[in-house]
Design a protein around this ligand. Sequence first.
Ligand SMILES: Cc1cc2nc3c(=O)[nH]c(=O)nc-3n(C[C@H](O)[C@H](O)[C@H](O)COP(=O)(O)OP(=O)(O)OC[C@H]3O[C@@H](n4cnc5c(N)ncnc54)[C@H](O)[C@@H]3O)c2cc1C
Length: 471
Amino acid sequence: MSVVLFWHRRDLRLSDNVGLTAARQRSPRVVGVFCLDPHLLQKTQPAPARVAYMLGCLRQLQDSYRQQGGQLLILRGEPSETLPELASALNAHSLFFNLDIEPYGRQRDEKVQEAFKQKGIPVETFWDQLLHAPGDVVSMAGQFYTVYTPFWKNWRQKQKAAPLPRPENFQGLTAEEIARTESIDLPSAKDLGFVWDNGFMLSPGETSALERLEEFCTGSIEAYGEERNFPANDGTSRLSAAMKFGAIGVRTVWDATLKIADNCRSDEALQGVTTWQQELAWREFYQHGLYFLPRLAHEPYRKEFLDFPWSDNEEHFQAWCEGKTGYPIVDAAMRGMNETGWMHNRCRMIVASFLCKDLIINWQRGEEYFMKKLYDGDLSANNGGWQWSASCGMDPKPLRIFNPATQAQKFDADGEYIRRWLPELGSIDTEFLISGKISNLERYRCGYVEPIVDHNAQQREFKRLYGLQKQ
Ligand SMILES: Cc1cc2nc3c(=O)[nH]c(=O)nc-3n(C[C@H](O)[C@H](O)[C@H](O)COP(=O)(O)OP(=O)(O)OC[C@H]3O[C@@H](n4cnc5c(N)ncnc54)[C@H](O)[C@@H]3O)c2cc1C
C-alpha cells in the first residue's frame, strides 16, 4: 500500500487534527513529517523559548506516532525541496497538510504545491487551526470584518465542528525505507543554536495541553470574567503556546467550553465562560484579518499612521526591554517576560501602551521584541495586540492611554506581582509601590532607577502628535 505524507506545521498533535484524520482515512500508511525550515529558524530570529517549546511538542508527537506503529520524520531544509525529495524516496501517493494564514506560510505552501504538481503527486489541504476558516465569517455585504463586535456576534452563532478522535494503528515504514530518506534525529534547541534553560509554565505537547484545558475548565474558567485581569493570579488558561503550535485542537477547546457552559450554576459563571470564548474569537478575528490583509505584517491597518513621527531614542527602548523604565508595573512585566518567555495579557497591554504612548516609540519595535522573547509568540495575535495598543489597528476605539499607576492600583493592588519581579522594591510600602511614587532617595537605596519619562507630559505629547495625524 502506498504512503501518504502528512506534513505537520502548527498542528503538533494526533487527535482532533482535520488533515491527519483525512490522511489516515485514505491509508494506514500515513507518515508524519516536519521540516525544520531555515527561514523560520534563522531569518526571523525566533525566541529561544519558542524553539524549545516547539521541539518539546515534536518530541511528544514522535512518541505518539511510535505508540500507534507509525513515524514522524524530521527534515531540515527548504520545504519545497525536501518534501518532494521525500515523496520520491518513499514513492508517496500524496501529500496532505492543514492550511495557514500567515503571509510567509502561504507563499511557502504555494511553492510546495507547485513542486508536487511538477512531480504529478496530488496534494490535499484542509482548514484545522480555526473554528471558522477565513471567508466563512463575513458581513451581509460579503466582506471580512475589521471590527470585532460584529465579527463575534456572527462567529458565535455559527455551527462549530465537533472534535475528531485520535487516529490509530498506523502502518510504519521499514528500516530500509527510512534509510532511503534524508530524515534526521530530532535535534535539541541547543543543537540549533538556541539556549533556553528556564522551563515553561505549561510543558510542551498534547498531554499537558489537554490536562491544562481540563484543569482550567473545571477550575478558573467560571471566574475568568474578573480573574483574567490580575497578573499575580493563575486566572487565565495559559494555553496560548499550545494553541499557537496546535498541541491542542481548537474544536477540543471549544467543546470543553460548551460542556462547562451547560453545567454553569450561576449567571456570573456563564459570563466567565462566554468571556473566555470571546478570547478564542479574538484569536480568529486577528487571523482572518491577517489572511485578508497580509500587509498588516509590515504596516499599520490605519494608513495615516504610516508616517507617524515616532521617537528613535535608543536608550529609552533599551530601558523598556530590560525593565528599567522606573515604572514598577512596566518593569515587573518586562523582567517577567525576559525570565519566563510569557507575559500576562493585562501586562502586555500595559507595556505596549507604555512603549507607544509614553516613550512614543514605534509599536513595530515592541512587536519584534516580543517575538524574540515569547514562547507563545504568534504573528497574528502579537501584531493584532500591538496595533490595538498603538491605536493604529483594526477595530478602532477611542484613543486609549494606560496610566501605569492606575493599572497597578486596580490590578495589582497589593503589589504581589510587582514584588515578584522587582525584589529590590520588596521593602517599599504597597501604596508607594503601586502608585510608583517612590522618592529618588528610596530608589537610590533600593538600587532602582528613576522614571525615564514623565507619564503626564508624554501622554500630552502623544495626544498632540496623534491629533496632527488625524487631521
Ligand atoms: C501587545 C500584545 C501582544 C500579544 N502577543 C501575543 C502573541 O504573540 N501570542 C498570543 O497567543 N497572544 C498574544 N497576545 C494576546 C494575549 O495576551 C495572549 O493570548 C494571552 O495573554 C495568553 O494567555 P492565556 O493563554 O492564559 O490566555 P487566555 O486568557 O486563557 O485566552 C485563551 C486563548 O485565547 C487566545 N487569546 C486570548 N486573548 C487574545 C487576544 N487578545 N488576541 C488573540 N488571541 C487571544 C489565546 O490563544 C489564548 O491562549 C498579545 C496581546 C497583546 C496586547
